[in-house]
Write a protein that binds this ligand. Structure first.
Ligand code: F6P
Length: 534
């Protein structure tokens, strides 16, 4: 199955009838899977069964099964950094994993036990503030992978876990973010968790500095009892003055955007309780097992990855919208944006050769709000955007009617994208409403929906920690599968470095005036900012 065969298949699939494809019961059965409290429906993908078979063959031919085995066996598949990729080890403490041949599971178990003991200590008050008060609030400082995962987990699971401990997050260096996180908190009963894999990230270190000034103004210079560091660079946390018993490390084989399973998730462990987090890990471990063991054709992760690749590369759809129909999953689009775009937004393959396509733009917002914002574009723009719907079957059971209507809306949008509304239907509707020929001729084209727009649907039984963990692991592994199909390294992120270097130069320019090598546009803006701020 050559690449050009698949591109040719994509071209003919573009003109296939999605309503016809969706109505086929055999195809429907092949493209729907229920596992770990999640019902995956991929049947609204714009591909025939023959296309699906071709994709499966392609996956086999490019060695997806071997790549999957290499991932789990701890080979250094992050080749540009010479690292294994083993975040799965963090949620499977009972299994022995090896990173580049070295056993890691004893260290995983020890680290996990230390974080759990610390979380219990904060929750029961035995780990307390300088003056002996229990901690009532945690401020989690970190950015990117050191922020988005815990933030999402907290928002998703806090309502059902119930928690007496306030947890706030500060990522952005823009001062409003930390100010909002600290607002109304009493420094004497606040624990600051500083999370940074490298412990060099400007935003995080500056926010830490500001948070420590806030603490010290209230409790005096010794703020060590109020500080925790989580990092893969413990020597830097030591240099920054953190107490050794307040430093939790994680290893280089945990990528930032996959790190919520490590001590990076400590703030959630404290706020939601270790049991909730253990249940989330168990759900993720179950999804790991499915991904690792199921044959490609029955593997939800593989099917999702193949369809993601097909949409971007064979059908040339440049973005994917993620629409969770649940307030508690509001942050999912942002989380997936980092997970997928930092992983697969690459210009070269593992051999350093240019790729013609890599991961799509991932974006989205919660439904039903999004329906009243950008769904117009999803339904009628000439640019087709595949949509991923996520909904929860049983949720908010104190308000069953509105929950049911939420679900009805999610299903309705998927159906509308598939079938659209033809000119004949529009004319019939208008005529039935009494419109005359002239207004039908003028207005009908605006009311036509082309349909034939693909989507996928993930229905969770309920938003339990287990189901949520399974879904997150599904997303992580899908990113890996797609990366393999594009041939890129999904585990580095060199593309974020250039801007960081220039930002530090420009910060100096803002203080002393533009350097001679700045371009005209930057010079003008630097001068404008200097003059406005002087
Ligand atoms: O700038 C991108 C990035 O390196 C992400 O990959 C990472 O998750 C984030 O910054 C934060 O990095 P750190 O955890 O080292 O502070």
């Amino acid at each position: 199955m050559t690449y050009s065969d698949l591109i040719a298949r994509g071209q003919s699939a573009s003109s296939a009838s999605l309503p016809d494809l969706v109505s086929d019961p055999v195809r429907h059965q092949r493209l729907t899977i229920t596992a770990q409290g999640l019902h995956f429906d991929f049947s609204r993908a714009l591909l025939s069964e023959a296309d699906f078979d071709a994709l499966l063959t392609h996956a086999q031919e490019i060695g997806l099964e071997q790549a999957r085995a290499d991932l789990f066996s701890g080979k250094p598949i992050n080749a540009t950094e010479g690292r294994a990729v083993l975040h799965m080890a963090l949620r499977q403490p009972g299994r022995d994993f090896f990173a580049k041949g070295e056993a890691i599971s004893t260290a995983v178990r020890t680290g996990r036990a230390a974080a759990t003991a610390f979380a219990h200590g904060v929750r029961d008050g035995s780990i307390c503030a300088t003056d002996g008060r229990p901690f009532k609030a945690i401020v989690h400082i970190g950015i990117g992978g050191s922020d988005l995962g815990p933030r999402l987990v907290h928002e998703a699971l806090a309502p059902s876990a119930g928690s007496d401990i306030i947890l706030r997050f500060a990522a952005n260096i823009e001062p409003g973010e930390l100010a909002a996180a600290l607002a109304g908190l009493d420094p004497r009963e606040t624990l600051i968790l500083c999370v940074s894999k490298t412990f060099t990230t400007l935003e995080t270190l500056e926010n830490l500095k500001a948070a420590r000034a806030w603490l010290q103004a209230a409790i005096g210079p010794d703020d060590s009892a109020h500080l925790v560091a989580i990092s893969a660079a413990p020597e830097r946390t030591k240099a920054a003055g953190f107490r050794p018993d307040r430093v939790f490390d994680f290893k280089e084989w945990v990528g930032g955007r996959f790190s919520l399973w490590s001590a990076v998730g400590l703030s959630c462990k404290i706020a939601l309780g270790p049991d909730v987090i253990a249940r989330m890990h168990a759900g993720a471990a179950a999804m790991d097992h499915l991904f690792e063991t199921l044959p490609l054709a029955q593997n939800p992760v593989v099917i999702a990855g193949l369809i993601g690749w097909w949409n971007r590369t064979c059908l040339d759809f440049k973005s994917r919208a993620v629409i969770p129909y649940a307030k508690r999953l509001r942050l999912l689009p942002q989380f997936l944006q980092q997970l997928e775009m930092e992983s697969n937004g690459k210009s070269v393959n593992l051999a350093g050769q240019r790729v013609s396509t890599s991961g799509p733009v991932v974006w989205g917002a919660e439904g039903t709000n999004a329906q009243h914002a950008f769904f117009q574009h999803l339904h009628q723009s000439p640019d087709v955007t595949p949509v991923e719907f996520i909904a929860i079957a049983t949720d908010n059971e104190d308000a069953p009617a509105r929950t049911r209507m939420t679900l009805a809306n999610a299903l309705a949008q998927a159906e509308a994208l598939t079938h659209g509304k033809t000119r004949a239907d529009v004319e019939a509707t208008m005529r039935a409403a009494g419109a005359d020929d002239a207004s039908i001729a003028a207005i009908a084209p605006h009311r036509v929906f082309s349909g034939n727009r693909p989507s996928s649907f993930v229905l969770m039984d309920r938003l339990s920690p287990e189901n949520f963990g399974a879904y997150l692991a599904f997303c992580e592994h899908r990113t890996f599968v797609e990366g393999k199909l594009w041939g890129v390294n999904s585990f580095d992120q060199w593309g974020v470095e250039l801007g960081k270097v220039i930002a530090s130069e420009i910060d100096a320019d803002l203080q002393k005036g533009p350097s001679s090598h700045r371009d005209r546009a930057s010079v003008a803006l630097i001068e404008a900012i200097r003059s406005l701020r002087s």
